[in-house]
Every structure is written in C-alpha cells, then in structure tokens.
Design a binder for this molecule. Structure first.
Ligand SMILES: O=C(O)CCC(=O)C(=O)O
Ligand SMILES: [Fe+2]
Length: 298
C-alpha cells in the first residue's frame, strides 16, 4: 500500500486501517463515554485540495487504479462548487454578507474522505466501547455526507441531549448536511454543530447473533481558510460575547504575567447590560462616564 496515513493525525492524508483513528482520542473530545474510551471500527482514505499549498495528496499508482485520481479530483471540485452555493444559502438565511462568508472559504482547504465499515458480528458492539464511529461534531463549517442504504447513522436531538435519531438516505446521491464547530463559532452559537455517530443499523440488536453488513459512506468537510480568523462574525457579537472575550484575555495575560499580580478574574468586574449594542459612544459615556485616557507607556 503506497498511501499509508502517517501515525499522527496531521496531515490528514492517506489510508488509515481499522483502529488507527478513534475520534474519542482526538484532543478536546468531550462526548459519549469519555475521552479515549471508544474504539471506532472503520477504515478511511483521506484527501484534500488537489492544489493545497501545504499538503500533498497521496495517490495509488495510476496503473493500479486507472482513473481514480482524476475521478476524485473532479468530485472535489464539484463538491467545492456545491459548498459555495450552500454558503450563500446559509448567509441569506442568517442575514449576513454572502461575499464575506464565501471569501472566508475561498481557498478550498477542505478534506474529503471515503469510509468503509467492515462487516462485523453484532456482539462486537455490545459492550458500548466499540462502535462504527463514536459520537462527535466535525471541526469544519459544514459536512456533506453521502451514505449507502445499510443504515446506522444517527444525529443527536439538539433539544434533548442524549437522544439520537436515525438518518436515512433514499439514494446514495442524497446529501446530508451537518453543521460543524467552525460555523457554530462563526455564528456565536446561533447554529449549533450537529453531534452524530454511526452504530449498528436499526434492524440489528446489539446482542443478536448476526453479522452487521459492511457500510460505505463519503464525507466532504468544508473548512474555513487556514488563515481565516475563527472569531464570531461581527453580526453575531453581543455585549455578552465582548465580556466573555475580555475575561479570557485577562486570564491569558495574567497566566503570561503581562499584568500586575493584583488583577485577576476574581476582582475584575465586567458589567454587561442590555442594549449596549444600541448605544452610541456619546450615550455610553453619558450613562457610564467617560473612561480616563492614559498614554501607553513602554
Ligand atoms: O460514515 C458516516 O456516515 C459518518 C462519518 C463521519 O461522521 C466522519 O468521518 O466525521
Ligand atoms: Fe463526522
């Protein structure tokens, strides 16, 4: 095999065998039964943008799989065009600048993966620690998912945490669109990332003495440009967000010893009040006094 994925998670390119990637091992993972506890029984082939300036794709020799590379590159570029249309639709729905949202994604620094879940005895998933892919949210802005008819994909109800609903496709060309962490951040939680997982199909019982059929799927992860600032877009910044960001900034500065020891979260009060966003600077000064301006010293 010429296209083995490196043992580390990045760059995310090439073939990963069953057991190589477990989403529950990814740093910051806080879902399901807990970090590092769940095994994914899946194998994947990961690719990225054919013209990525930082990372090359890993391809099989052309004679081994004729036409595969050009087929995949063509799929990538069609998926990118679809992504741009989806971004426009999202911007219109959210009432934000379509051009700005598309510009944040214009470099097509995306990821694209083929997934295969091998056939396994249902009993292998019965202990709750092995699964096809553990529950998680994707890091990206949005994911286009394509699946065969085997079943097992589930999405968590955002109003009832812990309750998962089956997601079925009527054809393998159906696009299932998942919101990812980056869009949640850009919209300051207005759109929440979809928590999803793949388990055994609804017709199979975990303790059944039967074989769960193999399953195939494709995921196209649409991501912001690497150099895009992943801060909430100005349209979504509220006074509460500003207070939270200031608190984080103070904590960071304190941890780096940039500020005198006396200043910390415990004695710093950020007073947030309704209507801050509507006030002009003059009205703000009138209500809450003008700040004392001090020249910046070295
Ligand atoms: O196989 C699927 O349907 C889901 C795959 C997935 O969620 C992922 O790779 O992030
Ligand atoms: Fe996912």
């Amino acid at each position: 095999m010429k296209v083995e994925h490196a043992p580390e998670a990045n760059p995310n390119r090439g073939y990963s065998y069953v057991g190589q990637e477990n989403v529950a091992n990814i740093s910051g993972y806080e879902k399901g039964v807990g970090p590092g506890t769940t095994r994914d029984i899946k194998e994947t082939l990961d690719m990225g943008c054919p013209d990525d300036s930082l990372v090359d794709n890993l391809w099989f020799p052309e004679e081994g799989l004729p036409g595969f590379r050009s087929f995949m590159e063509n799929f990538y570029s069609k998926a990118f065009q679809t992504e741009l249309n989806i971004l426009s639709a999202l911007a219109i729905t959210l009432g934000i600048s379509e051009e700005h949202l598309r510009l944040l994604h214009c470099r097509a620094e995306n990821e694209f993966r083929l997934l295969h879940y091998p056939a396994i005895p249902a009993s292998e998933l019965s202990d709750g620690f092995a699964t096809r892919i553990a529950e998680h949210t994707d890091f990206d802005t949005s994911t286009m998912l394509f699946q065969d008819s085997v079943g097992g994909l589930q999405v968590e109800d955002q109003n009832q945490p812990g309750i998962f609903h089956n997601v079925e496709s009527s054809a393998c060309t159906d696009i299932i669109l998942n919101i990812g962490d980056s869009l949640q951040r850009l919209t300051n939680d207005t759109f929440k990332a979809a928590c999803h997982r793949v388990t055994y199909p609804p017709t199979v019982k975990a303790n059944d003495d039967e074989i769960i059929p193999e399953r195939y799927s494709i995921a196209y992860f649409a991501k912001p440009n690497r150099n895009a600032p992943l801060l909430p877009l100005t349209e979504f910044i509220t006074d509460e967000t500003l207070s939270a960001q200031l608190t984080i900034a103070i904590r960071y500065m304190h941890s780096q010893e940039f500020v005198p020891e006396g200043l910390h979260r415990g004695n710093t009060l950020f007073q947030s009040f309704r209507g801050l966003n509507q006030l002009s600077t003059e009205q703000l000064y009138e209500l809450h006094a003008k700040p004392i301006q001090e020249p910046v010293k070295d």
